[in-house]
Design a protein around this ligand. Sequence first.
Ligand code: HEC
Length: 140
Amino acid sequence: MSGRRAWLLAVVLLPLGCPPAPERDYTGDEVAELESITEIMRLQAQIADPMLAKRDQETFSDDELDDMAEAAPRLEATAARLRAHFVGQGAFDEGFGEWADKLGASAEALAKGARSRKGKAAREALVAMKAACAGCHENY
Ligand code: HEC
């Protein structure tokens, strides 16, 4: 493919937003040791994006709620790592930590809503999660 066509293709595909996958999967203990914020973000996208894509749904199947209940605590772990390890590094001040806390709180609410089969609560938690991702990205 010519350079120009490759460039055009990249411009067309990028907004569809499919970030690179993390290098591998991580257990909760390993997440608590991750040093690379890029890797944490790729992991977060891998976990959260499929759920965030459903935040406009009126209802969720039991399978979907089960998946959310399983996935959400993993985002509580990444949010805790962002708060514990990255606040104070470079431009990441207390405000960064507050966005991380918002992500953690939305993940906790999602886990709770999904486990108790409360679709509306799960949906609201997904909307809050999207706002936490976007809010931090706007500011940092
Ligand atoms: C507390 C702040 C914060 C929150 C919350 C946050 N991000 Fe990020 N995100 C960042 C920063 C900072 C970067 C740039 C990281 C770097 O230097 O590579 C980033 C980068 C990314 C990237 C690009 C990674 C790459 O391949 O370069 C993706 C994808 C991403 N975030 C997804 C998410 C998702 C999904 C959420 C919510 C579930 C989220 N982020 C929540 C701060 C945040």
